[in-house]
Design a protein around this ligand. Sequence first.
Ligand code: PRP
Ligand code: URA
Length: 212
Amino acid sequence: MEQYPNVFVFDHPLIKHKVSILRDKNTGMKQFRELVEEITTLMTYESMRDVPLEPVEVETPLEKTTQYRVPEESIAVVPILRAGLGMVEGIHKVFPTARVGHIGMYRDEETLEPQEYYCKLPEGIEEKTVFLVDPMLATGGSACDALSALKKRGCKKIKFMAIIAAPAGVRAVATAHPDVPVYVSTLDRELNENGYILPGLGDAGDRLYGTK
Ligand code: PRP
Ligand code: URA
């Protein structure tokens, strides 16, 4: 993925360790949800590296000092429903005041084309750094359309975070939205004929919510 300067693939032992458990078909719903949260928290640390800070005056027990904070109102998380919901808590753990928007997309199982069915975003989203999150980046259709939907509603600074990605999905997002940094914890081999990622982890929404 060297040809895409805005794509960051994490290569951290702790993330690899957790992703290997996440993939295991014997990992149950509770542990799956916890791992999605933990991996998201680890990814958030790195993907927030360049968010703007503001100076604040702090009085320590010893003296006054100028320190730096991420403005509370400056960050929004937008999960792609439904599987993206599993990542929100992972960001809230380290940045609890992030506002949350929701965008609903589902893949038509025949055509694999994404369909938008819901969109509700926090007020003032145009000025925030928006983290669009979805554990799976497969063909890239859902992410590309969700990014276009956010841009249409005025978002200017968007980052996209996925836990597992297929090369085709990364290429699709990086080509359609070269201005959007893409953070993926793991780049997998390929898609199968049904648009599932290999080796992947199966259907993230079903595994998070026990629907199958
Ligand atoms: C999954 C996943 C992504 C999408 C990825 O959602 O969570 O949103 O598929 O596939 P793509 O890159 O080919 O678009 P799904 O449509 O299964 O909905 P769900 O989250 O409700 O399970
Ligand atoms: N969505 C999933 O949940 N898993 C895949 O492998 C592909 C799309």
